[in-house]
Design a protein around this ligand. Sequence first.
Ligand SMILES: Cc1cc2nc3c(=O)[nH]c(=O)nc-3n(C[C@H](O)[C@H](O)[C@H](O)COP(=O)(O)OP(=O)(O)OC[C@H]3O[C@@H](n4cnc5c(N)ncnc54)[C@H](O)[C@@H]3O)c2cc1C
Length: 402
Amino acid sequence: MNEFDYDAVIVGAGPIGGYLAQKLAKNKLKVLILEEHSEIGRPFQCAGLVNPKAMASVGLVNTVLTPIWGARIYSPEGTLVEIGHEEKVRTWSVCRKLFDEAVIIQSIESGADIWLSSKPINLEFKEDSVEIEILTPNGIKKLTTKIICGADGAHSWVRRTMRMGRPKETMIGMQIEVTGYMGKNGKLDMYTGSDISPGFFAWVIPSGDTARVGVWSQTKYIGERSCEELLNELMNNSRWSFKFKDCKEVGRFVGSVPSGILKNTTSTRVALFGDAAGICKPTTGGGIGPGFAHIDIIVDDFIDLIRKNKLDATSLSKIDKKIDKMRKSQSRARALRDAFLSHSTDEELEEIFKVWAKPDVIKMINEVGEIENPIPLGTKMLKDIPEFRKLAGKAIKAVLWS
Ligand SMILES: Cc1cc2nc3c(=O)[nH]c(=O)nc-3n(C[C@H](O)[C@H](O)[C@H](O)COP(=O)(O)OP(=O)(O)OC[C@H]3O[C@@H](n4cnc5c(N)ncnc54)[C@H](O)[C@@H]3O)c2cc1C
């Protein structure tokens, strides 16, 4: 062994830890991934949507179950906004287990090591290294690394241990996988309304032979209710329950969606990534696309700092600064989400949907709308559609001028 056992130890073998490991290992850094579970991709809590840019970064179209090219979005009273054209795939519905495994295999093929059923239990910071104590199936092991990377998900041990704060918002998501849903191939369905997903939306995503039915919300909106109750409401008591009458549940998942990038994603010899850094989108809850994008933005400088072992808080804060644009864009997207959805009553939503359902607005959505970047469409709507002027009042400070 050299002076260091590893250049970087990455905690968490999710898609973000795997992608980071691959990038570092390809650049000849010595990388170890620690995963507390005995297998990759289980348990997972995800609707399995991977956007085209993220998919292109890893080239894993073989994990796709259904290409998604359109959406049917329903108002609380049932006004339908149907968007998308078959020739333009907007996002991919993947098998998350296969996807996560494949990302990790890519990192191993690039040279990274992985220890399963292993998790860090203590960190000791030295002048030029970190000593990590790791609980493994063969007892406690100690090793040294230049830096520790927390890619350990929404409840990140690294983030908590290093007291690096909390994401601005944490949404709760609950999802079941079913057979027998009356959907349309290639289209995801979204349902709104305070009975079903207060402040947010419920979804049904085609995923091969099954469909994923989910809701997400925040405690401040759901009060005494649980996400399970909301899901039951959608499937059994709502105006859409007929679509679920032949559904049989084959899987069930609950998880958190941390959104609002931490003020500091780095500190001395520590960097956080993915859900650990609060990177999920406030508009869709998607964490894979933005997690990959974060890594793409900082990776060259990060590798340089690791090579030089210049990993003090000040040097690392320079890579943190590089995602300021991403932070700002998430804040603007959140303001748009609040203006159009989260802060609207059911009656206000109904009015919004009536405008969205107009043919010229549907045309605008199809032309300008992007799942990953709702800002251009939202801003255009606020500026160009007279009915939305009063919404613009709500969002103007954060969206138009930030
Ligand atoms: C209901 C729901 C639906 C979602 N749908 C989508 C979607 O359609 N598209 C999308 O892009 N995102 C979606 N998300 C978000 C997405 O699941 C996450 O953003 C994504 O998984 C983040 O990847 P990650 O690698 O940062 O974390 P994770 O996928 O959570 O991986 C973290 C890994 O770290 C391991 N770990 C944790 N603690 C330790 C420890 N102390 N030691 C060692 N290992 C540890 C875990 O076992 C896990 O393997 C959804 C989330 C929810 C809850």
